[in-house]
Ligand binder design. Structure first.
Ligand SMILES: NC(=O)c1ccc[n+]([C@@H]2O[C@H](COP(=O)([O-])OP(=O)(O)OC[C@H]3O[C@@H](n4cnc5c(N)ncnc54)[C@H](OP(=O)(O)O)[C@@H]3O)[C@@H](O)[C@H]2O)c1
Length: 332
């Protein structure tokens, strides 16, 4: 078949290195469904892989990209046929299996989800792992008793991909949203437009080292970890619930058990990679029900595939906002 372009991560003497190359189909995995990639996206993990940071890519050489959205070219899987528009987040792509930052992907049909109305393929890619994780977090909160009438929900890392979509999704689902950000002056207006009722400077969360503070929110979607998570839990109301998915502020949890045993709070971990397909479909139904495509467009920008590495550098520098879609067909 025709060669295609893609980002491939190789193990070199100086560590992992990502380069943009012309690739052949023979190097891809022997899985049941081949997809012409229309769009992928830059998530935190993609940024690490494209910038040659260790820890994401576990097999070399490997096509980078933890998300793929596109059109089925051929499938041996009973659910899929040529022309179906599909999307896939995680499931080992870009970590153990060749991923979506390329013109072609060969994937496991079991994990695919149909691009749901009302989203276009570009909007499905804008949601990507980040938005999918925000939806998994909301569903986890609700499985543990969260409801709009219980009180506000705090979102941390709200300027980023997971956080921005979590703010928009929660607000559309009827929650009062408190958006915590390290850039309150620059992003306050944007987060309010996404649906945040109030903005909190993340320094407020990290400055107090006390495990129990004033009870300010009924739920938390945390995309930061570290001292941000500890501060968020200190402000959680009695019987409140928090989800944890991210580590931008660190992997250590500098808190203690007091909020758990004196306020009966719960902390739920989110792993978007190994989510079974039934839960994947539930998350996409949640997104389709609540997230307005036009609002999603306001937090998304698109770059051509060849520019993915530059976009990754911006994301790691913490200067970007919202979501970066990668267009596999767009020329420079
Ligand atoms: N568990 C899962 O399945 C899963 C899935 C997706 C993502 N994640 C993780 O979730 C996190 C967010 O992913 P993303 O794609 O949304 O990344 P992102 O777009 O880079 O957003 C991360 C946000 O975190 C905040 N932040 C950055 N550096 C920070 C620091 N040193 N201390 C505190 N906050 C900081 C920033 O928001 P503000 O400037 O607004 O504060 C930034 O925009 C990453 O750690 C990622 O690996 C996990």
């Amino acid at each position: 078949m025709t060669p295609f372009n893609g980002w491939i991560v190789r193990d070199t003497a100086d560590g992992p290195r990502a380069t943009f190359e012309q690739l052949g189909t023979e190097m891809l995995d022997d899985l049941d469904t081949s997809v012409r990639v229309h769009y992928s996206s830059i998530n935190y993990k993609d940024a690490l892989a494209l910038q040659g940071r260790p820890g994401v890519v576990r097999r070399h050489p490997l096509v980078a990209g933890i998300d793929v959205t596109g059109e089925v070219l051929a499938s041996r899987h009973p659910r899929w046929r040529e022309g179906d528009l599909v999307t896939l987040d995680g499931a080992g792509l870009g970590e153990e299996l060749h991923g979506g930052l390329a013109g072609l992907a060969v994937v496991n049909g079991d994990d695919l989800v149909r691009v749901p109305d009302p989203f276009s393929p570009r909007q499905a890619a804008a949601i990507g792992t980040a938005g999918f994780t925000a939806a998994l977090s909301l569903l986890a909160l609700e499985r543990h008793g969260a409801a709009p009438e219980n009180g506000p929900v705090l979102v941390t890392g709200s300027g980023g991909g997971v956080g921005s979509i979590a703010v928009a999704l929660l607000a559309a689902a009827g929650y009062e949203v408190i958006a915590a950000t390290g850039r309150p002056d620059a992003l306050g207006g944007h987060l309010t437009a996404l649906g945040a009722a109030r903005i909190v400077d993340r320094a407020e969360l990290t400055s107090s080292k006390r495990p129990l503070g004033k009870q300010r929110w009924a739920g938390v979607i945390d995309a930061a970890g570290g001292s941000v998570l500890a501060g968020a839990l200190a402000g959680l109301q009695h019987s409140g619930v928090a989800t944890t998915c991210g580590l931008a502020a660190g992997t250590e949890y500098p808190g203690n058990v007091l909020p758990f045993i004196l306020r009966g709070i719960s902390l739920v971990g989110i792993d978007s990679v190994r989510t079974p397909v039934s839960r994947r479909e539930a998350a996409w139904r949640c997104l389709a029900r609540h997230l307005r495509p036009a609002l999603l467009d306001t937090l998304t920008r698109t770059v051509p595939l060849s520019h993915a590495q530059e976009a990754a550098a911006e994301l790691l520098a913490g200067s970007g906002t919202g979501r970066i879609v990668v267009d596999a067909a767009q020329r420079d």
